[in-house]
Write a protein that binds this ligand. Structure first.
Ligand SMILES: [Zn+2]
Length: 401
């Protein structure tokens, strides 16, 4: 099994190296914007856009005219144009938004050496074209053959990420044990084993700090140095929050990938119900990140990630399958039909698990969701058991179900 994995290390450029790196960043930002403008001009004239290849060919003339552009390694400049092309392709296939202008202080610039021969890992750092050795903290070894090397800056810290290819043996499939995970309403996560993962308290504190720092920025005079300093402070807190968040997600996803063979989550492609405001910790992008982490960690060890429809998972009773919004109030789930009581988040996780098992007779949920959610809603309003509700009504004696 051919795997590609990135390994990220903190690097400590010397002051001279850092000055040069920042100059390169500036040059590449100009290059990106130039190439972007060229593409937009073609788009306005409704003619075919230049390809990355065309633009790389023009690079030679540009580098001959502009010395600070020529200072950036050619491969690195060329890769930026390839990245721009890839961004446009994603946009055309509706996989991403239209590429943007790169703005100073807002957008990051990747300095990528795309050829494995262009850089080298040493015992103390990374040899990068024109820069010599960048001292790095290699806190863990790379697995596989280094293929490309990217330098990025995060405010005042520099990192290098090495993409490695490795041909690992196919892992043994692990069909057991099975667990369903749902993002909680009162908690961060709930699983079908009955575990509730609380919201990270540290994150809560950092968010408070962020709001305070943002207020300071708004009080400073525009264009002043003190405002710039306050903005940097805000960016640092953002960075910290981002790291705390990914740390939590990594920790949780590895825990589940290690302890379980099959993990069931709600289907991301189906726009489910909007969860309560408290579930914001794992709302949107956070949940998608968590699922992709789970997926690659499970696949690497022979596990599987299963996605099931999530409609009304928080309102469905695991005992009798009745869907009713009245069953849930806050964190308590108490079925209006059968009186089944559980923690609301745990109940939802159980519902997801039963849906993976085919949602058999009355065990909460739909064997298969057909048609739009609206139609499901009509069933809900009539208060019928889901799945085979109509079938139940036709057979006398079962109506009390
Ligand atoms: Zn019930």
């Amino acid at each position: 099994m051919l795997t590609r994995r990135g390994f990220r290390y903190r690097i400590y450029p010397t002051p001279e190296q850092e000055t040069r790196l920042r100059q390169w960043e500036g040059a590449l930002r100009v290059l990106w914007n130039l190439a972007h403008e060229q593409r937009l001009a073609y788009l306005r004239r409704h003619t075919k856009m230049p390809t990355a290849f065309d633009q790389i060919n023009e690079l030679t003339a540009l580098r001959a005219d502009v010395p600070w552009m020529a200072d950036v390694p050619r491969n690195v400049s060329a890769q930026l144009l390839v990245d721009l092309d890839a961004a446009w392709q994603r946009c055309f296939f509706r996989l991403g938004r239209r590429p943007r202008w790169k703005k100073k202080g807002r957008d990051t610039i990747n300095l990528t050496e795309p050829h494995s021969k262009g850089f080298r890992l040493t015992s103390t750092g990374v040899l990068f074209p024109k820069l010599g050795e960048l001292r790095a903290v290699l806190h863990r070894p790379c697995v596989g053959v280094p293929k490309r090397c990217t330098i990025v800056r995060e405010i005042d810290q520099w990192f290098v990420s090495i993409l490695c290819e490795a041909d690992l043996p196919e892992p043994v499939l692990r069909p057991e044990p099975v667990v369903a995970i749902d993002r909680g309403i009162t908690h961060l996560l709930a699983d079908s084993d009955g575990v509730l993962v609380p919201n990270p308290r540290r994150l809560e504190l950092a968010l408070k700090k962020l709001r305070r720092a943002q207020r300071v920025v708004s009080h400073r005079k525009k264009g002043s140095r003190r405002r710039e300093r306050a903005k940097t402070r805000v960016a640092r807190i953002h960075r910290k929050i981002r790291r705390q968040r990914t740390h939590v997600l990594h920790e949780l996803s590895s825990r589940y990938a290690k302890s379980h063979g099959v993990v069931v989550v709600e289907d991301l492609n189906v726009k489910g119900m909007v969860k309560g405001g408290l579930g914001r910790h794992l709302a949107g992008a956070g949940w998608a990140t968590f699922c992709s982490m789970l997926r690659y960690k499970l696949e690497a060890t022979g596990g599987t990630l299963v996605e099931v429809p999530a409609h009304y998972s928080s309102q469905t009773c695991t005992a009798c399958g009745i869907v009713d919004a009245a069953s849930r109030s806050g964190e308590v789930f108490c079925c209006v039909a059968c009186g089944h009581e559980a923690h609301a988040d745990l109940n939802a996780a159980q519902v997801l698990l039963s849906r993976r098992n085919g949602g058999g007779a009355g065990r909460g949920g739909f064997p298969e969701v057909r048609g739009p959610a609206k139609r499901q809603l009509r069933v809900v309003k009539r208060g019928l058991p889901t799945g085979q509700g109509l079938g139940l009504l036709k057979s006398p004696g079962l109506q009390s179900g």
